[in-house]
Design a protein around this ligand. Structure first.
Ligand code: DGY
Length: 313
């Protein structure tokens, strides 16, 4: 992938004077960054599907295309979600820790009993591509999915689900969607799983709910203050933690990289808008149909913008 970038483009680490940016999801593309890049910037290609690291409205105002990497990571991320659910319910990480501590153990009928996913209600918050794939995989394990999208009340799902799994984008509307009140609505036997974005969960409230037995456990691949993890979570046996691995297979990362490079190539070398763009909104978003990118809302279009596509120099 990097070969493709260097073959087609001259690369630099600094922002000043660049035509395009290839950003990872932890890189903040905010107004100051866009200012420092200057008026020549035409595209930000995000190496990820989540675009909460990018100020989309600022990009749109400046006529800058923003692209992401949908679809190619759907199965990989859903797979990790199911892995986390099963690890938590069947106490896999906990058992692994017990053995590594060299604690004495032997097979006993009541030793480390867990829960099966079979027969459980899987509450999918965010029925986009990844959420629906998690539901599909969950069904293969005998779970029944229920869904809450961005215009649905989340309370019925929280009250009914045995596993609440988060797959919505992080936006101002979903920041701390899962806070103390939401956690209090979950069954004390239910668990929370997050492979979306850390900021969707109020981590302090989650620690409190786990501590008081308000919910039974959590499996977290993303974290509110990533890469920092709340100290108290580290000590909890009913918590499974992974370091933002949702899309982390070589094949998926390569496919994501190629999508990002294709977007750079489209705008900078071929003078066309890439299909995997978030800004300007693809036609299905403009028309108010299902968003092309997980849950994204159309942006306000009331300010003058520079043209997205300018002549190729
Ligand atoms: C994404 O794509 O948004 C993941 O979080 C990182 O791969």
């Amino acid at each position: 992938m990097w070969f493709e970038v260097q073959r087609d483009f001259e690369t630099t680490d600094g922002a000043a004077g660049v035509d395009g940016v290839l950003a990872t999801v932890t890189f903040e593309v905010d107004e100051p960054f866009l200012d420092s890049a200057g008026g020549g910037l035409r595209i930000v290609a995000n190496y990820g599907v989540g675009v909460n690291n990018i100020n989309l409205a600022a990009a749109e105002r400046r006529g800058i295309v923003v692209a992401n990497t949908p679809d190619v990571l759907t199965v990989t991320t859903a797979e990790l979600t199911i892995t986390l659910i099963l690890s938590l319910l069947r106490r896999v990480a906990e058992g692994d820790r017990l053995i590594r501590r060299r604690e004495s153990w032997k097979f006993q009928l009541e030793f480390m009993l867990g829960e099966s996913l079979s027969g459980k209600t899987l509450g999918v918050v965010g029925p986009g591509r990844i959420g629906r794939e998690v539901a599909r995989l969950g069904a293969a394990f005998g779970a029944t999915a229920i869904f809450a999208g961005k215009s649905d009340p989340i309370e019925p799902l929280l009250a009914a689900a045995d596993v609440v799994t988060l797959h919505c984008p992080l936006t101002p509307q979903t920041r701390h969607l899962i806070e103390a009140d939401a956690l209090a609505r979950m069954k004390p036997t239910a668990v929370l799983v997050n492979t979306a974005r850390g900021g969707i969960v109020d981590e302090a409230a989650l620690v409190a709910a786990l501590n008081s037995g308000g919910i039974a456990g959590a499996a977290l691949d993303v974290h509110e203050y990533e890469p920092r993890i709340a100290e108290r979570l580290l000590a909890m046996e009913n918590v499974v933690l992974t370091p933002h691995l949702g899309s982390a297979t070589r094949a998926t990362r390569e496919a994501m990289g190629m999508l990002a490079v294709d977007a750079l190539r489209a705008v900078l070398l071929e003078g066309r808008l890439p299909a995997n763009r978030v800004v300007p909104p693809p036609p299905d978003v403009e028309a108010g149909r299902r968003p092309g990118v997980d849950g994204r809302r159309p942006l306000p279009r009331d300010r003058p913008r520079r043209p997205y596509l300018r002549p190729i120099p």
